[in-house]
Design a protein around this ligand. Structure first.
Ligand code: PLP
Length: 376
């Protein structure tokens, strides 16, 4: 029996009648652009995050770009972020003419290190984008403290962290603005592309709302040169059905993480960090081992899907060579890139499947190297 890394079909089947009806209703109304469901989702998602405003956009990448613009970041400015994330975080900075400045990760959390933040700030620094990697909230109190001292805007990249909690507050309410992705595999995923900007700052919300829809103030009046970055009504209708289940699904992800933890307790592997101040969303369950490539090969041969998030840190990506970074610049990110392995994680995963994954991991990493390599 194959166990995939994620299984979107299983989730669809579990909510099919409701989703099909939601889709049908949009088709019947045919309010495909900026329809009623978009406004309803925005209201519900803002409330869910504990923020005043939410603005639906066409993707998580677009959310980041529009949030940066709304914070007044532009040509020649510097934006600090982590090199150990999906490339979109950095693309958005480059798209608006700013320069990404990387700060290495904390080796325990894999999130941007608050200890290294201050040293990266220059007179050109305008903003910081911490990423809640794998659904684990970044150390926001310390990041906000440094940012406030230097007058920097902070934008959460919460694309992997829908519903995750930090000190009793939800991601999306922890900084000046937050950006979510509704890419299908995310904790809250659409059936296509989508994203959301969340903020409690009315002025910034208005700026994003205008930018996402051709800089419109009203139907025929355009105040700024904007974009077509809207969230489809169809996706909003689907997302409303799923938002009602997000807490339950996240709780199930945490239960699966707890099972993995227990089953892998005596295995020679580094488990994801978790502390009492956070309630992670477990977008991914990521273990670390120096024998990652061997382990992923054995799991794959056993019909178990894995992923590597991410095998190449951004400062070593060919597309970002012009930033001038080189090997050795961010040693913790480089080491994580060699060691991380994402195990199957989705709410519909059965306990016996979790057990099977853990058993294979245990067989590989509990054995002496010699024998472990011999069986591959
Ligand atoms: C998925 C993701 C994005 C981009 O979202 P899209 O909706 O695919 O554009 C940005 N940042 C992180 C950390 C992500 O995981």
């Amino acid at each position: 029996m194959e166990i995939p890394l994620v299984d979107l079909k299983a989730q669809y089947l579990s909510i099919q009648p409701e989703v099909d009806e939601a889709i049908h209703n949009v088709l019947a109304r045919s309010d495909f652009i900026q329809g009623e469901e978009v406004k309803l989702l925005e209201r519900e998602f803002a409330e869910y995050c504990g923020a005043r405003e939410a603005i639906g956009v066409s993707s998580g990448t677009e959310a980041l770009r529009l949030a940066l613009l709304a914070c007044g970041v532009g040509e020649g400015d510097e934006v600090i972020t982590t090199p150990f994330t999906f490339i979109a975080t950095t693309e958005a900075i480059i798209h608006i003419g700013a320069r990404p400045v990387f700060v290495d990760i904390d080796p325990v959390t894999c999130n941007i290190s608050p200890d290294l933040l201050e040293a990266a700030i220059t007179p050109r620094t305008k903003a910081v984008i911490p990423v809640h990697l794998y659904g684990m909230p970044a150390d926001m109190d310390r990041i906000m403290e440094v940012a406030r001292r230097y007058g920097l805007a902070v934008i959460e990249d919460a694309a992997q962290a829908h519903g995750a909690m930090y000190k009793g507050r939800r991601t999306g309410s922890l900084a000046d603005m937050a950006c979510f992705s509704f890419y299908p595999a995310k904790n809250l995923g659409a059936y296509g592309d989508g994203g959301m900007v969340v903020t409690s700052d009315r002025t910034k919300a208005d700026a994003v709302r205008m930018l996402r829809d051709h800089g419109r103030k009203s139907k025929y009046e355009h105040l700024v040169v904007g974009y077509n970055s809207r969230l489809d009504t169809l996706q909003a209708a689907i997302l409303r059905v799923k938002l009602r289940r997000l807490d339950r699904w996240n709780a199930r992800r945490r239960a699966i993480a707890a099972m993995y933890r227990e089953l892998l307790e005596n295995v020679n592997v580094v488990l994801p960090h978790e502390d009492a101040a956070t309630e992670p969303g477990y977008y991914m369950f990521v273990i670390r081992t120096e024998r990652r490539d061997h382990l992923s090969g054995v799991l794959s041969a056993a019909g178990i899907g894995t992923g590597i998030h991410y095998p190449i840190p951004l400062h070593l990506q060919p597309a970002l060579r012009h930033l001038g970074y080189g090997r050795g610049d961010f040693p913790q990110s480089e080491r994580a890139a060699r060691e991380v392995l994402s195990l199957p994680m989705y709410p519909e995963l059965f306990a016996k499947q979790v057990a099977r994954v853990a058993r294979v991991v245990g067989e590989v990493l509990a054995l002496p190297d010699r024998i472990g390599l011999g069986v591959s």
